[in-house]
Design a protein around this ligand. Structure first.
Ligand SMILES: [Zn+2]
Length: 189
């Protein structure tokens, strides 16, 4: 199926749901959900990778992983406006995560899927990396974006026909244009 065909489907893409549920643990003006071990434990069990042994240091690693992903999602929404250095830093961080989250290719007659080789926390990180790979194969990775409104940064799947959305919804689009309008008025005084 083409990317556009998949977008037209009413069923949300499971890989997109997983990635967005992770990225949106600190977005949209909500508080930090991965503040400590307890917050991480809750996210892991909701994501189907329960791990009771995680620590506050693991929560810090999870936040680093998430923030690196958010940087790339913002780059998807900003076309060429993202600082290259920031993007390179985020990509390097993702390589370090991937080093500890190996994936196995499971090949069948119908399809090949990547599954995490580890359990618990690093299994969840592997599942996120596998989900991103799957989204990329489906032509959807560039459409996973973070809202450009700086007080929002909510992750979303851009379902627009020409992949041009930069805000996660109309409320952020109007907030940003209102802010720009006020700024122009102030500047012209
Ligand atoms: Zn937004």
């Amino acid at each position: 199926m083409t990317a556009a065909g998949r977008l037209g489907s009413l069923t949300p893409h499971p890989a997109a749901i997983l990635v967005l549920s992770f990225v949106n643990t600190h977005a949209g003006g909500r508080g930090e959900q991965l503040e400590d071990a307890e917050g991480l434990r809750q996210w892991l069990s909701a994501a189907g990778h329960p791990d009771d042994a995680v620590s506050d240091a693991d929560a810090a690693t999870a936040r680093e992983f998430r923030d690196a992903l958010q940087t790339l999602l913002l780059a998807h929404a900003q076309q060429d406006a993202s600082p290259l250095e920031e993007v390179a830093h985020a990509e390097a961080r993702l390589v370090r995560i991937a080093d500890n989250a190996p994936l196995c290719a499971v090949v069948s007659r119908e399809a090949t899927t990547l599954v995490p080789a580890r359990n618990g926390l690093w299994g969840a990180f592997g599942a996120l990396l596998a989900a991103i790979t799957e989204l990329d194969s489906a032509g959807l990775w560039q459409r996973i974006k973070a809202c450009r409104n700086e007080i929002c940064h909510e992750g979303f799947l851009d379902r627009s026909r020409n992949a041009s959305a930069i805000y996660h919804g109309p409320s952020c689009a109007s907030m940003v244009s209102m802010r720009a309008y006020r700024q122009r008025k102030k500047d012209s005084r």
